[in-house]
Design a protein around this ligand. Structure first.
Ligand code: SF4
Length: 235
């Protein structure tokens, strides 16, 4: 069974759209959003996946057999899947069979993760791209929960892992540079993206974030889904 987020109408949050950020931005893909998270970022835009003080679990989560999830994914006819959350690796042992099944059908996989859990070997083998998003001080999570050196090292060794940082203020870039140096994160696999849930916020921050990327040799990513659709669920 997988605990999947629900869309506002109650259907599972399995939908077809464009990848909104990171190295494959703009790619048509199916999204599978899994519920629950082990962090609590102040600016999280998917709090309905984990914040049970403000959302009702039964309204927001549906438990589904993996075969049913697989059939919903296949129905879109798009062999590119982004597994996101919440923190999808909290359910990774339940994901391995689904991923192996779809891999045999030629799927390309991305996983969005907060970089606090080491992938099990079956997923490390089958996932093509890891969008690892270690959280900075601006997330409000304690350091010992948001930065786990041995987990970052595991991802550093996976060639398909990118390190995606959400930056709010210019000083966040200094924190990213310090992490790059301390944990030897490859510069060419670091992606900065501006925090923001409105077009105005994203555009304002894009100016200095893009300049920082030029200076440091990082990749820049906008938040395409915000620019196209605003802060809408299921898009
Ligand atoms: S790790 Fe991701 S899903 Fe979890 S609280 Fe932070 S932004 Fe939200």
């Amino acid at each position: 069974m997988l605990r999947v987020s629900r869309q506002p109408g109650g259907l599972p949050e399995i939908f077809h759209s464009l990848q909104g950020e990171g190295p494959t931005i703009g790619t048509a893909t199916v999204f599978l959003r899994l519920a629950t998270c082990n962090l609590a970022c102040t600016w999280c835009d998917t709090k309905y996946t984990w914040d049970w003080d403000h959302y009702r679990y039964d309204d927001e989560v549906i438990s589904l057999e993996t075969a049913s999830v697989r059939d919903s994914i296949l129905a879109f006819g798009c062999p590119h899947l982004v597994i996101t959350g919440g923190e999808p690796l909290l359910q990774q042992t339940h994901l391995t069979g689904l991923v192996a099944d779809l891999k045999a059908r030629g799927f390309y996989f991305e996983v969005e993760t907060n970089g606090t859990l080491v992938p099990v070997p079956e997923l490390a083998r089958d996932i093509d791209q890891w969008n690892v998003s270690p959280k900075l001080e601006n997330s409000g999570n304690p350091l010992d929960r948001r930065v786990l050196p041995q987990v970052l090292e595991s991802f550093r060794q996976l060639p398909g892992a990118y390190f995606k940082f959400v930056v709010v203020e210019p000083r966040d870039v200094e924190e990213v540079c310090a992490m790059r140096d301390k944990y030897k994160l490859p510069t060419e696999r670091i992606v900065l993206l501006p925090e923001g849930t409105t077009v105005d916020q994203v555009q304002r921050r894009s100016q200095w974030v893009s300049e920082a990327c030029v200076k440091e040799g990082f990749r820049f990513s906008t938040r395409l889904h915000i620019l196209l659709w605003g802060d809408q669920r299921g898009r």
